[in-house]
Design a binder for this molecule. Structure first.
Ligand SMILES: [Zn+2]
Ligand SMILES: [Zn+2]
Length: 500
């Protein structure tokens, strides 16, 4: 087939599809196209389509997070009461939200707090009564009791064995008031009793000294042992998992390779194009920071979302189990680190939409915008896609002891390119903040929100919902901004052409 034949074939194909899509007369002079028949009108189906997709996804997330809105028509009052009760509980009971296998410490169903009658023995012990508003007994009263009768006091199970916890007045929790925040057990289930490691720590504590100082001694060494503890049962060495992850990584790299090829980015990347080294470096830095910030909010979301969610429930459970056994996934082969769908799948979807909008994919033609991004934005999308798998990869590297990590990863951690174990330990000790799992550069944003706006306060349906909205804002808002930008540009050009 000659070059001319190929061009002719493409034109004919385009003409056919134009007919199918109706009234998009691409071969006419731009100036003669009535506005409502031009590309500008694509803004409407794009906005409506996106609103439907985001809305339905948002509602699905909301509905499965035992959010009060779920009960708008039936059990709104009960749901509101339970929400208030849980907020009181978070402020009263030490480490309330750090038992990673249960979301709600008072209720029998550990994932839902929907009923007022289904309290477990610990929940019942904490409740003062039902006269008017339900209130809680003071922690210091309940702390020394053994609600589930397993031989350990409620305080010993929840990391306050000497009963000095005076409540978390705000999100900025006082660290000295709890002895530890890991290996916690359920004070309302007699099958859940302190592990041998906790028993050793309990024996060593001098409660008289603790009460005098009103603070616990640090347990840094014990925390380190927990952080790097190897448990053979947690390692997934199956071929199925590894090949699935390799597949996800492969798809993401293929998509980014295609984008670079179809828009001629290889030339820019090799320095032979018109892009300066400064723009190349700057777009890389911005993309890296964007992924770092995104990793923080995705992590905050996964730490808080519901185990029963139909699509992401498994991921939520896995991420929360990671707090229970932090070393687990880092013992798996590196291919599992680099291809984890938590990092790669959203990047594939988001980059494909950007690429489609940016004239990188031809079909479906009905919604084709034909927009030409400026070069810097094409490069930004490219860098965002290729660096996305690093978030999960660097997270697992931070969980690997120095001897097994290798000099290269240690160098990247020490230079701040990759998340350092020291920074990540902050999150595992006090999970309400420091969520970034890529480098930690952007942690100041969610940490500021925790301190000031109280929207990412951890482990509640409200905080998962808030993190979800932030994720949408930072990943999807630019789509809309480009749609609006190019639409306004086109309308202006058309009216200018009509004036002449
Ligand atoms: Zn976490
Ligand atoms: Zn971690």
């Amino acid at each position: 087939m000659s070059h001319n034949e190929a061009t002719l074939g493409r034109l004919m194909n385009a003409a056919d599809i134009d007919l199918a899509c109706a009234e998009i007369h691409v071969h006419q002079d731009v100036a003669s196209i009535p506005l409502q028949k031009g590309r500008a009108r694509l803004l409407i189906p794009w906005l409506v389509g996106m609103a439907i997709v985001m809305g339905s996804w948002g509602v699905m997330v909301l509905e499965s997070l035992d959010h009060p809105m779920m009960f708008l028509h039936s059990r709104q009052k009960e749901a509101d009461e339970n929400l208030v009760l849980e907020q009181q509980a978070i402020a009263t009971v030490p480490n309330y939200k750090r038992l990673w296998f249960t979301r709600n410490l008072f209720w029998i169903d550990p994932q839902l707090r929907i009923s007022s009658k289904n309290y477990n023995v610990f929940g019942s012990a904490m409740l003062l009564g039902f006269v008017g508003e339900r209130t809680l007994r003071p922690w210091l009263e309940v702390c020394a009791e053994d609600s589930d009768g397993d031989g350990y006091s409620n305080g010993a199970e929840l990391g306050d064995p000497c009963c000095i916890y005076r409540g978390a007045g705000s999100n900025a929790e006082p660290t000295g008031q709890v002895a530890w925040s890991w290996r916690l057990t359920h004070p309302g289930q007699d099958g859940s009793a302190p592990t041998p490691e906790i028993q050793v720590m309990l024996e060593r504590l001098d409660c008289q000294a603790v009460r005098q100082a009103q603070a616990y001694p640090s347990h840094d060494e014990e925390f380190d042992a927990f952080f790097f503890e190897v448990n053979q049962n947690d390692i997934d060495l199956s071929w199925g998992t590894s090949s699935l992850r390799l597949f996800f990584f492969g798809v993401l790299m293929a998509v980014m390779g295609y984008w670079a090829w179809v828009r001629g980015l290889w030339k820019e990347l090799s320095g032979k194009g018109e892009t300066s080294a400064a723009v190349l470096g700057l777009t890389y830095l911005v993309a890296y920071a964007h992924n770092d910030l995104n990793s923080a909010f995705v992590h905050a979301f996964m730490d808080n979302c519901h185990h029963h969610h139909p699509i992401i429930g498994g991921g939520c459970k896995g991420t929360q189990f990671h707090h229970h056994r932090p070393r687990g996934q880092s013992l798996e082969p590196m291919v599992n680190w680099i291809g984890n769908p938590i990092a790669t799948a959203p990047a594939i979807i988001i980059c494909v939409v950007y690429i489609y909008l940016g004239n990188g994919i031809r079909y479906p033609r009905c919604l084709q915008t034909g927009f030409q991004y400026p070069r810097w934005f094409e490069l930004l999308v490219f860098w965002m896609g290729v660096t996305a798998p690093l978030s999960y990869f660097f997270h697992q590297a931070a969980h690997t002891p120095e001897l097994e990590r290798g000099w290269l990863l240690t160098l990247l951690q020490q230079s701040g390119v990759a998340l350092s174990p020291e920074l990540h330990k902050v999150h595992h000790r006090l999970p309400n903040g420091t969520w970034s799992v890529m480098a930690g550069w952007m942690d100041f944003v969610p940490n500021w929100l925790v301190r000031n706006a109280d929207i990412t306060s951890y482990k509640g349906p409200e905080s998962a919902h808030a993190s979800f909205i932030v994720i949408l804002l930072i990943t999807v808002l630019p789509w809309f901004m480009w749609l609006v930008y190019f639409t306004i540009k086109e309308i202006r050009e058309q009216s200018k052409a009509r004036m002449q």
